[in-house]
Ligand binder design. Sequence first.
Ligand SMILES: *[C@@H]1O[C@H](CO)[C@@H](O)[C@H](O)[C@H]1NC(C)=O
Ligand SMILES: *[C@@H]1O[C@H](CO)[C@@H](O)[C@H](O)[C@H]1NC(C)=O
Ligand SMILES: *[C@@H]1O[C@H](CO)[C@@H](O)[C@H](O)[C@H]1NC(C)=O
Ligand SMILES: *[C@@H]1O[C@H](CO)[C@@H](O)[C@H](O)[C@H]1NC(C)=O
Ligand SMILES: *[C@@H]1O[C@H](CO)[C@@H](O)[C@H](O)[C@H]1NC(C)=O
Ligand SMILES: *[C@@H]1O[C@H](CO)[C@@H](O)[C@H](O)[C@H]1NC(C)=O
Ligand SMILES: *[C@@H]1O[C@H](CO)[C@@H](O)[C@H](O)[C@H]1NC(C)=O
Length: 769
Amino acid sequence: MEPNNVFSLLLIISLWFLLTFHSNAETSTYIIHMNKSFFPQVFTTHHDWFKSTIHSLKSKTLVPDDYDQASKQSQKKLVYTYDHAMYGFSAVLSSNELEILKNIDGFVSAYQDRTATIDTTHTFEFLSLDSPSGLWHTSDFGDDVVVGVIDTGLWPESQSFKDDGMTKKIPNKWKGTCETGQEFNTSMCNFKLIGARYFNKGVIASNPNVTISMNSARDTIGHGTHTSSTVAGNYVNGASYFGYAKGIARGIAPKARIAMYKVIWEEGRFASDVLAGMDQAINDGVDVISISMGFDDVPLYEDPIAIASFAAMEKGIVVSSSAGNAGPEFGTLHNGIPWLLTAAAGTIDRTFGTLVLGNGQSIIGWTLFPANAIVENVLLVYNNTLSSCNSLNLLSQLNKKVIILCDDSLSNRNKTSVFNQINVVTEANLLGAVFVSDSPQLIDLGRIYTPSIVIKPKDAQSVINYAKSNNNPTSSIKFQQTFVGTKPAPAAAYYSSRGPSHSYPWILKPDIMAPGSRVLAAYIPNKPTARIGTNVFLSSDYNFMSGTSMSCPHVSGVAALLKAAHPQWSAAAIRSALITTANPLDNTQNPIRDNGYPSQHASPLAIGAGEIDPNRAMNPGLIYDATPQDYVNLLCGLKFTKNQILTITRSNSYDCENPSLDLNYPSFIAFYSNKTRSMVHKFKRIVTNVGDGAATYRAKVTYPKGSVVTVSPDILTFKYKNEKQSYNIIIKYVMYKKENVSFGDLVWIEDGGAHIVRSPIVVAPTGIV
Ligand SMILES: *[C@@H]1O[C@H](CO)[C@@H](O)[C@H](O)[C@H]1NC(C)=O
Ligand SMILES: *[C@@H]1O[C@H](CO)[C@@H](O)[C@H](O)[C@H]1NC(C)=O
Ligand SMILES: *[C@@H]1O[C@H](CO)[C@@H](O)[C@H](O)[C@H]1NC(C)=O
Ligand SMILES: *[C@@H]1O[C@H](CO)[C@@H](O)[C@H](O)[C@H]1NC(C)=O
Ligand SMILES: *[C@@H]1O[C@H](CO)[C@@H](O)[C@H](O)[C@H]1NC(C)=O
Ligand SMILES: *[C@@H]1O[C@H](CO)[C@@H](O)[C@H](O)[C@H]1NC(C)=O
Ligand SMILES: *[C@@H]1O[C@H](CO)[C@@H](O)[C@H](O)[C@H]1NC(C)=O
């Protein structure tokens, strides 16, 4: 036994006396980080060391004389051993036991288990992936890239997970497996779905009496089936949601392999399970991790996603995450982690259904009523009293064979009233309804239960005029129609969480925006996706879902394609390529708008650099790279304690000789104090020429309002491929009264225009963090 170990044992024994005088009934699951260099040689595995450590706590406190009993108890208490995402374990401990543990040699840090927040086929055309020279073709559709999806499991029988057309060979590096469990066995995996595992010891530790309703990688929530088919689902002909968005469904990287790690359960969502899933994914050999969930308001050194994705980044694995659905206010974002990708959600240029008036006028609206209802030439009722549509009593007295025009401006227009109107009209059981609303919540998240359509307020006046001017006004509603090319699109979804990040405000987050609203993807067949009236529920194999949970797998899919096209690029290089080539303009060539603040242009705190542009990302010209040591310099710059840093970096010996918050990131954010309202901030950046050879780039800056920005040098000349050049940028803010968050950009333009490398710049008051 090594001296360290003897010492720990003495410590445990001496503390045992203390402990026995305390009541320690209250236990919790803790995640415990250890220093690997203290691993005692007497143990063959880390698991044995941790088990023994916990056993020694337990046996001294409860049943010192009954080894079997103690051993059973100690096995119960060790929840997971971690070795790839972090080094350490999770265990059920009392606070007294935790205090003892803190004095053991090799202890680094501990924190309580916590709960994750989960954030829910046409999108590929919108992103222009199908052009013949595009990223799809260059990357061979993501062939041989493995995407690990950390989620709620999946429905293995879905058409999206069939392996038709896949190379019949699993990548050599793959170490994963298909775990047998309830209604799930190895025969359900194939050359598309190459791994499926499940982790729920954290759920069980938190409530030993819990009954796990589906103890396997099978999805009972629908979220993971949707996200994993969005990343890498196979081609499926004729997929639709009750006839809407009908077409060929396919993932963003349709030839990439999927490995599912089920960590989210109907019975609970725990950090210890998330860490176990990521730990396994890293060890199994995934290339990309897609994680559509986050932990709110936690420091980097207690955030399991930050911790696990640091280990992933060191191995060159790209981790793509969701910003959260807590928008539109600033400072609501999670996963604002410097070494991963954070995706915001945007709208799609698509709508469904038409209203046709008796006078022949046709208005494209929005409906997802799940059937081809026949609503033709029906009496249209518009009446100041009835059309507030908030009285079931009044509407029930109407002849049922009418279409009621519901105007939410008549019901003290507010964000919830149109949802209320939909419920009232559904209960009134009328033949049809026309709702007037531009509520982004409705368009992104609402459902329609009665044959009806939503039109925009700007289109409503002509309907009202027609209804008023005619003695017998009629109208028709057409269902199951899909219209693409709606303008303007994309816009920042109102719900998408906005930066800055609380855990690390000094880099601009989110990084990028991708389609998140009304995304069609595979779903579980035994859970309703639609309702008709008040009590008829319908299911479908494909479903629309909205959220940054849906935009994240789009980014993960593009990252997988980039990984296939550029296998040598680091995770930072892939992120840089995505950021500097993103599109800040919508399909009307105007700046992307913000649906959370409808009259405003979206700031980079909502959309990052803009909408993801996969084809341009393939060939970015310049990249801003970063090494693991650069991130350590950043942790040192944050003045984290040695143990907080080790919690993230594990046992590798990093030094803190060059602390710096100025990470080589492809975007800029500078804060001014709202007291002085002035600021000068200097950044240094290094760019690598990944173009074909010699190139000259010139800087073009758009100042944020109230700021002056200088770039030096403002011409960068590269003689060869992979050459690095550096520049400085100084942002000087002088009081600007009108806006507290202002933004601009720095664009490096290659002579001849072959490459345009854009970095957004944000200037914001410290008060918004
Ligand atoms: C796996 O499950 C399927 C469907 O329940 C069943 O038909 C098959 O025999 C099972 N295979 C194995 C290897 O257990
Ligand atoms: C678990 O079940 C046992 C036996 O039914 C009961 O004594 C105990 O209070 C339960 N624990 C919890 C946390 O519900
Ligand atoms: C509007 O509807 C109410 C309730 O049916 C009815 O009492 C009223 O007369 C109608 N008003 C008009 C102008 O038609
Ligand atoms: C908004 O409308 C709903 C439904 O009509 C109502 O319950 C709620 O009180 C309204 N809220 C405000 C702030 O007016
Ligand atoms: C971890 O242990 C090694 C070996 O004792 C030591 O050099 C290192 O400083 C430790 N790290 C921390 C943060 O304590
Ligand atoms: C300005 O600073 C004060 C305190 O320093 C703070 O209470 C206030 O919220 C800040 N205002 C803004 C707009 O950031
Ligand atoms: C920006 O300034 C306005 C006006 O002073 C204030 O109402 C708002 O809260 C500020 N917003 C932020 C995010 O600081």
